[in-house]
Structures are given as C-alpha cells and as structure tokens.
Design a protein around this ligand. Structure first.
Ligand SMILES: N[C@@H](CCC(=O)N[C@@H](CS)C(=O)NCC(=O)O)C(=O)O
Length: 201
C-alpha cells in the first residue's frame, strides 16, 4: 500500500494519523504541491494529496481514505457503531472540514499579509467557539480516540504555524485535549519532519 502525502498538508496528516493508530505498514511518498510525480497525476484526476493506492484500488479525498482504512483494518475501530452517534461524528467531521480546514486552506493560499492576519484571527475565534464541546469527554464527544480526533489534531498542531495562541484562561479544555492527543504514540509517529518542526524545533 502506498500513500502519496504532503509533509505539511493537514488533509494528508489526518490520514497518516489513522495509519499510525492502526499500525498499518505503508510506503509514504512525500510530494510537494505543484511538483507532483507523473504517476500521481495519472492516478488521481483531481491531482491532489492525500492519494492512497492499495493494489488496484486508488482512493483520493482524505475522508474517503480514512473511512476505507477504518473499514479495511477494523482494529481499533475509529468510528462508533450506533447509527445516531455515527451521524453526530460525521456531522462533526463535516463541520471541522468546512470551517477549520476551509480557513487553513484560505490562509495557506492568501498572499496578502493583512488579509492573512484577518483569516488567522477568524481561525482563532472559530476554534475558541468550540471550547464547551471539549469539556464533555476526554476525546471529542467520546471516551475513545476517533476519526474526529484524527481530523481535529492536525489543525490544533498547526496553530503556532498560523500564529494562533489560544488564551489559557478561555481555552483550557482545548489545551488539555490537545496535550492528550499529541501525547499518543501514534500521533508522534504520524508527524513528518516538517510537522515536527512546526512545534518541537
Ligand atoms: N478535500 C480534499 C482536499 C485535499 C487538498 O486540498 N489537498 C491539497 C494539499 S496541498 C492538494 O493536493 N492540492 C493540489 C495542489 O496544490 O496542486 C481531501 O480531503 O483530500
């Protein structure tokens, strides 16, 4: 199995977290946006990472990849079994992708410094608005690590990169949650060198 992944991209990062949580042996091919290899361009009509190749199966879109991995390698399960709880988790994934990842994508693309600063402030406020949800359980709405946590973690990890400093007094539950997720061995394993440097340098 091969994963084409960008070492700095949050969408790629969430699939690497799932791979590490499940202990899946895989070749990770690091690629840089704008300089994708021919084989990746041939395999994926959208020319995007992450892209997973499992024998004849080629998957793109990080959510499709994460859900495939969770079904193909069921242990440990990263989604609840109950349909209503699953629906809640899927809705959380949708909202985080749209709101948090959407902002991060805009920040990464923005050339104008003033505009980028505005977007970073919106990202900070958007993350802070969710603080009450992090008070309920050790992981996001759950006692167990899930695909939602694999999705939230890459954004929280990147906050220093976007000069977002969450205030301790207001953000304590988010900071507690972040320490819990960041201390997982699989999370450490998932980090590319570039991602390690975002915080550990
Ligand atoms: N919804 C997609 C988004 C992936 C995405 O935006 N990937 C960027 C990462 S840099 C990409 O490959 N962009 C293509 C390019 O920049 O050439 C997913 O979940 O995989």
């Amino acid at each position: 199995m091969t994963l084409f992944s960008s070492p700095t991209d949050a969408w790629s990062h969430r699939t690497r977290i799932v791979l590490a949580e499940k202990g899946i042996a895989i070749d990770i091919v690091n690629v840089e946006p704008g300089r994708f290899p021919e084989d990746l361009l041939d395999l994926n009509p959208y020319h995007s990472v992450p892209t997973l190749v499992d024998r004849d199966l080629v998957l793109y879109d990080s959510r499709v990849i994460m859900e495939y991995l969770d079904e193909r390698f069921p242990h440990p399960p990263l989604m609840p079994v109950d349909p209503v709880t699953r629906a809640h988790f899927r809705l959380a994934l949708y909202r985080i992708e749209r709101d948090w990842y959407g902002l991060v994508d805009q920040i990464e693309r923005e050339q104008d410094k003033k505009q980028a600063a505005k977007l970073k402030k919106i990202l900070r406020d958007t993350v802070l608005q969710s603080v009450d949800l992090f008070k309920l359980k050790p992981y996001f709405l759950s006692d167990e690590f899930s695909l939602v946590d694999a999705t939230i973690a890459p954004i929280l990890w990147r906050l220093p990169r976007y000069e977002v400093d969450l205030p301790r007094d207001q953000a304590q539950p988010i900071l507690r949650y972040a320490s819990l997720v960041f201390s997982r061995p699989a999370f450490r394993e998932s980090l590319s060198e570039a991602e390690q440097e975002m915080r550990l340098a």
